[in-house]
Design a protein. Structure first.
Length: 152
């Protein structure tokens, strides 16, 4: 598996996509070049080939998603929901709820030092109107925002 970039004048990427690659030529710099003759001209492709078992980036992405795990259940909810999150390391945490207009409606956790691991916070919206709300988890320089729906 590899990727191909369509080049205009041999050096500007126009678009790219994944494809199984068949090599036709390797230039002195080690680049593989495929050329297809189409009327009225020539389209050149620069191609890179990776081993089929090279999944380093995929593993990194999956690990990053797991470290930033944030969700609420149930969603939609009435009138309460539980917001769960996982911290990859200890640090100061803030968890804030906003309405659809971006106004802060509740500060569930305010700059509190918390340990690494799984945590939960309860949100009761019985005093609010039904609608779409957003919650933002801030940890150090990172933040994650998710949507939740309150139905009465």
């Amino acid at each position: 598996m590899g990727y191909a970039e369509r080049l205009d004048n041999g050096n500007t990427a126009i678009s790219w996509g994944w494809a199984n690659i068949t090599y036709t030529e390797v230039d002195p710099h080690g680049n593989t070049v495929l050329e297809f003759k189409l009327d009225p001209g020539i389209i050149s492709y620069r191609v890179a080939k990776y081993p089929d078992d090279d999944y380093g980036q995929v593993t990194s992405s999956a690990a990053k998603q797991e470290e930033q795990f944030v969700s609420n259940y149930p969603n939609p909810f009435n009138p309460a929901t539980k917001i769960s999150f996982r911290l990859k390391s200890a640090g100061n945490v803030s968890l804030t709820v906003y309405d659809a207009m971006g106004r802060e409606v509740r500060n569930l956790i305010e700059d509190k030092l918390m340990s690494a691991g799984d945590h939960e916070a309860d949100f009761n919206a019985s005093d609010l109107s039904s609608g779409i709300y957003f919650y933002t988890l801030r940890t150090g320089n990172e933040f994650t925002t998710r949507k939740m729906i309150y139905l009465k």
